[in-house]
Design a protein around this ligand. Structure first.
Ligand code: SAH
Length: 512
């Protein structure tokens, strides 16, 4: 038999992938097999090797689930094959997670294992609701309880009367369904009907929801709020002393679903700013960007690169592709020569500055016309050799103006990439958009607008889906939306991602 593998029982945390441990991430990256639960966020699987085997053994209260012994069999079987097996469990593996049973089984089979703790739901829900679980004045004990020992057993496993007189904080797992009975028992044990209660569903995720009340009011409050499972119930005086600032649910885009339409390689930054503001982001890459160039032309330009007095970058994509190719040709940045550098806008400039190069010119308005104006008016470009880096959508207008009687420059254009429309018909994100809709779709370029219209069929909303408004990053994109008869709800006051997000927040919050 080959070398035995190893099983890692890993806490996957409460949901937000940012809340797993560094050790958990390392092991997910190395795993040959990942066995995961309903409450482990599937996004964690993105860190796995593409070839890793991913086995879902999720269970949901009341629904069919894979029996525990079968799960244990899978772990043992894969480990015997010499594989590195990650067993991902929501929260912490040893808090109502059957981690103990799995560890014993591995011990019996003499399979080496490691246990990686995780942020358990009680801690996460409390933090994300601003409830201090302990407090010098109100609570000196914290108790974790479960409404049922296992989701298949619909009986109370604990005598809740014993906890009716507590002065501490109670954290109830798996208890929403049993709450009427639990409340009765707690009151029978002496708990006041005035005792504060908080319930937090899907803690740490953008769909987090919470409701607050007292032991006497909470059942009605649940009904009115529509809160469901999975949820953490926190009972105690500390609930009334929670932070006044709703740091998580109170963020300006919390509860809003927003579609980002940029190419996958570029979506990250905008998605990040939006999620920091609380939005749930759906990335629908309507376009994709690929390196594409004429090798002969590239060779000529590079050979004579030192003759240019100006190099103009009209997009961040242009910058990325230019330097990627430049470093393949040269191993010294000084080969670029003493040229001056212009960028069409702040995002493009930032990409250039990553190479420790200063940008000499960024126009006030982030567009090619403004760039041409400033070069012509302020820089004296007559007979000056200029290199313009573009994509397949050439900047003919810019080039024409620089070369015309206004400018009289000598301009070479070097296209380095190609923007193509993507096919979203099979994309799970597109399916989610069709089903659930969104509050806003953010268009960051004319090409994303055109692709959106072309993919209409893959993006037609189902009747119950939220109908989004359309936002535009700037005048050119707005014009394209108008040309294609799409209503523009708002436009960024300046063409930058930050301004775009500010405008999105102000528009979506003024609507309600
Ligand atoms: N091992 C897990 C608990 C599993 S029991 C842990 O340590 O967190 C499942 C219960 O955990 C759910 O019924 C719910 O009460 C709670 N839970 C898990 N994730 C949650 C979340 N994101 N928000 C609120 N409650 C959660």
């Amino acid at each position: 038999m080959s070398q035995p593998g190893k099983v890692y029982l890993i806490g996957a945390g409460p949901g937000d992938p940012g809340l797993v441990t560094v050790r958990a991430r390392e092991l997910i990256e190395l795993a040959d097999v990942i066995v995961y639960d309903y409450l482990a966020n599937p996004k964690l699987l993105d860190w796995a090797k593409p070839a890793a085997e991913k086995i879902y053994v999720g269970k949901r209260s009341g629904m069919h689930s894979i029996p525990q012994d079968e799960i244990e069999e899978i772990l043992v079987d894969r480990a015997h094959k010499g594989l590195q097996v990650v067993r991902l469990k929501g929260g912490d593996p040893f808090v109502f997670g059957r981690g103990g049973e799995e560890a014993s089984e591995l011990q019996i089979d003499k399979i080496p294992f490691e246990i990686v703790p995780g942020v358990t739901a009680a801690l996460a829900a409390a933090a994300y609701a601003g409830i201090p679980l302990s407090h010098r004045d109100f609570s000196s004990s914290i108790t974790f309880l479960t409404g049922h020992e296992n989701p298949e057993k619909h009986t109370l496993s604990i005598d809740f009367k014993l906890y009716g007189k507590t002065n501490g904080t109670l954290c109830l797992y798996m208890s929403v369904g049993q709450l009427p009975r639990i409340i009765k028992e707690l009151k029978a044990g002496g708990m006041s009907g005035e005792m504060p209660v908080g319930i937090i569903q899907w803690a740490t995720l953008s769909r987090q929801k919470s409701v607050y009340g007292t032991i006497d009011s909470i059942l009605e409050d649940i009904e009115q709020s529509g809160i469901g499972t999975p949820a953490m119930i926190i009972i105690g005086q500390v609930v009334a002393h929670r932070a006044k600032t709703e740091w998580f649910e109170g963020r300006p885009l919390f509860g809003k679903r927003i579609v980002v339409t940029r190419a996958r390689e570029q979506a990250g930054q905008l998605s990040q700013i939006l999620s920091d503001q609380g939005a749930e982001v759906i990335e629908l890459p309507f376009i994709s960007v690929q390196q594409h160039f004429d090798a002969k032309r590239l060779g000529e330009v590079f050979a004579g690169i030192a003759v240019y007095e100006w190099i103009i970058f009209t997009s961040a994509n242009g910058v990325k592709n230019f330097f990627d190719l430049f470093y393949k040709a040269y191993d010294d940045i000084r080969c670029l020569g003493p040229m001056r550098i212009a960028a069409v806008g702040a995002a493009t400039a930032r990409e250039i500055e990553k190479h420790k190069l200063k940008v000499d010119l960024i126009p006030q308005q982030a567009n090619a016309d403004a760039l041409a104006d400033e070069l012509i008016e302020n820089e004296g470009i007559e007979s000056v050799q200029i290199l313009v880096i573009t994509g397949n959508q050439n900047r003919e207008n810019l080039v024409k103006r620089l070369e015309s009687d206004e400018g009289r420059a000598i301009v070479d254009t070097l296209p380095l990439y190609k923007i193509t429309k993507t096919d979203l018909s099979q994309d799970p994100a597109a399916e989610r958009f069709r089903k659930e809709g969104a509050d806003a779709v953010l268009f960051t370029s004319s090409s994303t607008v055109k692709s959106f219209v072309d993919q209409h069929a893959a993006l037609t909303l189902e009747p119950d889906a939220r109908k989004p408004v359309f936002g535009s990053i700037g005048p050119l994109t707005t014009q394209t939306l108008k040309d294609l008869k799409l209503p523009v709800a708002f436009e960024a006051t300046q063409a930058s991602l930050e301004h775009f997000v500010v405008e999105t927040i102000s528009h979506l919050n003024s609507e309600t």
